[in-house]
Design a protein around this ligand. Structure first.
Ligand SMILES: C/C=C/C(=O)SCCNC(=O)CCNC(=O)[C@H](O)C(C)(C)COP(=O)(O)OP(=O)(O)OC[C@H]1O[C@@H](n2cnc3c(N)ncnc32)[C@H](O)[C@@H]1OP(=O)(O)O
Length: 273
């Protein structure tokens, strides 16, 4: 009976049926896998909408501590769906299309927990822009990254002209944007475009997630918030935000536990409180 009673108060998360991606949570790691391998996981509007839905699910899922995005087959994602781009009738429709991708990726970028793109193959155009909306990028050795849009008479439209220069600097970003060339995983590492390269992107991303998950969850969220909110501000304003968020972090139970554990020379047992 006691068990049934507990059950009444259990939070039931409704997970929608996804057609073009899968979502699973294992030991605190949410894995979002793009599943249109026949089109190299090209980002159709339906897939973009499902990414927005999955971001909403992640927001509400208390089990999730770190999110990994990856792709089924030989690509992470080979860009926006070129069949849909070919069907755009006028500049207004094309603008709406860019805004859809931007909004979805903004929702992913705003998730209040660490996100990792496990780049298992091609990450081109919109596919690279999805990876850029994540906090960290891990690539397999055979991955190829690039923004080939100018070769199609287009420009990157899902955040690439803004997030790439912020990440790797204007000169390096314009090299990639002007040439549209495919960059190897090794070069991407030296450019700072990816954080790590390994045999298997997903395994490497999971290892990274486990390292991150040793730390206090609220501190991770506040550290991300400080970096993200500070980006568009001048240094003095951004430092004020940092000090405020440092204040919040100091008020958590986990902060007391972290400091106590250090003084007692043991591993901390964080509860996310
Ligand atoms: C705002 C954002 C804008 C953008 O993102 S614009 C798009 C930017 N992306 C690109 O330009 C990349 C396009 N794709 C390619 O260049 C090539 O693919 C690759 C180099 C990645 C791989 O080449 P290979 O190994 O020869 O494969 P394959 O036969 O070209 O592709 C397998 C199937 O996947 C479809 N596909 C690939 N990329 C896209 C895409 N971006 N949109 C729609 N379909 C795509 C193909 O057409 C084909 O399909 P089928 O087997 O039916 O011929």
């Amino acid at each position: 009976m006691a068990h049934e009673h507990e059950h009444e108060h259990e939070f039931i998360l409704e997970i929608p049926e996804f057609e073009h991606l899968s979502y699973e949570v294992e030991e605190g790691i949410a894995l979002v896998t793009l599943r249109r391998p026949e089109a190299l996981n090209a980002l159709s509007q339906d897939l973009l909408r499902e990414l927005a839905e999955v971001a909403e699910v992640i927001h509400q899922d208390p089990e999730v501590r770190v999110v990994i995005f990856t792709g089924e087959g030989k690509a992470f994602a080979a860009g926006a769906d070129l069949k849909e781009i070919a069907a755009l009738k006028d500049p207004f429709m094309a603008r709406e299309y860019a805004l859809l991708g931007q909004q979805v990726f903004a929702e992913i970028a705003a998730l209040p927990l660490p996100t990792i793109a496990a780049i298992n193959g091609y990450a081109l155009g919109g596919g690279l822009e999805l990876a850029l909306a994540c906090d960290l990028r891990v690539a397999s050795r055979e991955a190829k990254l690039g923004l080939p849009e100018v070769g199609l008479g287009l420009i990157p439209g899902f955040g690439g002209t803004q997030r790439l220069p912020r990440l790797i600097g204007r000169g390096r970003a314009l090299d990639l944007i002007f040439t549209g060339r495919h960059v190897s995983a090794e070069e991407a590492l030296s450019l700072g475009l990816v954080n790590r390269v390994g045999e298997d992107a997903l395994e490497e991303a999971k290892k990274l997630a486990q390292k991150i998950m040793k730390n206090a969850p609220i501190a991770l969220a506040l550290a991300k918030e400080s970096v993200v909110r500070g980006e568009g501000l001048d240094l003095a304003e951004a430092l004020e935000i940092e000090a405020d968020l440092f204040g919040y972090a100091s008020a958590t139970e986990d902060m007391k536990e972290g400091v106590r554990a250090f003084l007692e020379k043991r591993a901390a047992n964080f509860k996310g409180e």
